[in-house]
Design a binder for this molecule. Structure first.
Ligand code: 3HC
Length: 276
């Protein structure tokens, strides 16, 4: 999702620095953004010169200190509380601008914990995008109990006025608004498959043709990534202790097997050349 967020920011005219964990990841990140912009040009969404201008505004680097002068940082690291808490503590040391907003794209982890990892929890806020970021218009804004009202209004203006997306406000509870509704539905579809109640194809076709969803729940789980879905479900289970959010064994086994959905080439469906 980080690539999608960087792309929409650069297309909106912002000067963007993207931090990736290694030189290889930085190169792959830039290639992913370039491929998405090229696809936009092919689809007539932007011109070749707009693509080139967006790429000129984007720097991808493995050096975290390159974020020092930023006025807004959007963290989109893996959905792991320890990783994110450590990153926020480091960002707090690195980002020198006193008025900088430190935002997280987390789907389910407490914004409060990220804020408390810094000396400026009043400037820490959840800014949660949806996948694919260039297509989906929604962003959830999630203030913690300590987020300042000015932080919330600045984050809201960034999303609506700069990126042209729509905002809904959610409380700092695992899953916020959308995943609180979506994740139990996706887990129910996985349990339905697991119990032999229906095939993956029929479950997806049922929701696409029967409810006019753009994609079925198992295809959507594959798009989100089964490791990410598991992490979100586990965070929701930890917050609410409701079996509704417990990841089904089939999902856990698939993650253990490296079957992570689209990004690994296979999840509930096959995305390899063989499967297409
Ligand atoms: N980047 C940029 N644009 C993309 C894209 C991508 N990755 N994927 C699709 N698009 C664009 C296409 O260019 C096309 O644009 P156009 O119609 O203007 O030419 C449009 O989206 C439709 O794409 P396609 O014709 O290729 O395919 P579909 O019509 O099947 O749409 C889809 C694909 C946009 C993924 C659609 O199926 C969809 O919206 N699915 C639901 C996605 C969803 O629910 N996301 C939320 C996930 S939950 C989440 O993100 C929260 C997190 O915390 C887990």
């Amino acid at each position: 999702m980080g690539a999608g967020i960087a792309e929409v920011c650069a297309r909106a005219g912002l000067d963007v620095v993207v931090h990736e964990v290694s030189p290889v990841a930085a190169e792959a990140g830039r290639a992913r953004i370039t491929a998405s912009l090229d696809r936009g040009v092919r689809r007539g969404k932007l011109t070749g010169s707009e693509r080139d201008a967006a790429l000129d505004r984007l720097r991808v680097t493995p050096d975290l200190t390159a974020l020092a002068d930023r006025d807004l940082v959007v963290e989109a690291a893996t959905e792991d509380e320890k990783v994110k808490v450590e990153l926020f503590a480091e960002l707090d040391r690195i980002v020198t601008r006193e008025d900088a907003l430190l935002a997280s794209n987390t789907s389910s982890l407490p914004i409060m914990k990220l804020g408390m990892a810094t000396a400026r929890p009043h400037q820490v806020i959840g800014v949660h995008f949806f996948n694919p970021v260039p297509v989906l218009e929604l962003v959830e804004i999630v203030p913690s109990l300590l987020t300042a009202p000015q932080t919330e209004s600045r984050a809201g203006k960034f999303v609506t006025q700069v990126l042209g997306k729509k905002v809904i406000r959610a409380q700092d509870r695992a899953g916020f608004v959308v995943n609180a509704l979506l994740v139990p539905y996706l887990l129910s579809a996985i349990r339905m498959l697991e119990s032999g109640h229906a095939s993956a194809e029929d479950i997806d076709t049922g929701m696409v043709l029967g409810c006019a969803h753009p994609m079925g729940p198992l295809s959507l789980a594959d798009l989100i990534g089964l490791d990410t879905l598991t992490a979100i479900a586990e965070a929701m289970y930890a917050d609410f202790k409701d079996p509704l959010h417990a990841p089904p064994p089939l999902l856990l086994r698939m993650v253990e097997a490296g079957l992570l959905g689209r990004k690994s080439g296979r999840g509930f469906h096959d995305y390899s050349e063989k499967g297409n």
